[in-house]
Design a protein around this ligand. Sequence first.
Ligand SMILES: [Zn+2]
Ligand SMILES: [Zn+2]
Length: 153
Amino acid sequence: MGMGYTFRCCGCGYELEAYMGGGFLLPSVTEKTIQELKSGKYGETAKNFFEENPDGTADCRNELFRCKKCGFLKVDMSLDLYKRKEGVSEPDYLFPDEDYFCKSMELDHICERCGSKMEKQNVDRFLKKVLDGKIRCPDCGGYLELGSLSNWD
Ligand SMILES: [Zn+2]
Ligand SMILES: [Zn+2]
């Protein structure tokens, strides 16, 4: 259900293992994360969203984020918040399928290194940039290379 990539810097040994997508644990991860969002663990914005939309859901698939300012890279849950479409009421259906849900808002992802906002990356485009030697290592400023690829489930 997901793809794994390793990004590596030959200059300093930096390595990031990025497992993108969902995996077989996604339903239970989604359920747990929604409870945490409702409890305020991810901030007031998400908490308020679920107070207004108790039957909404969150996209808990992994995405790659990159800091606009310092280039720090992180794999994190997307946490885009989805409202249920009107007239759709399957109570146990949590995956943000667009037949049932529409995207309402995206939560900010803040860089743990410099405090700036991180930007969600389109993985295909990011891979191409890495292969073209255009993505700098967040640690030393050299260029990242693509390591091994793997499927995961
Ligand atoms: Zn940063
Ligand atoms: Zn480096």
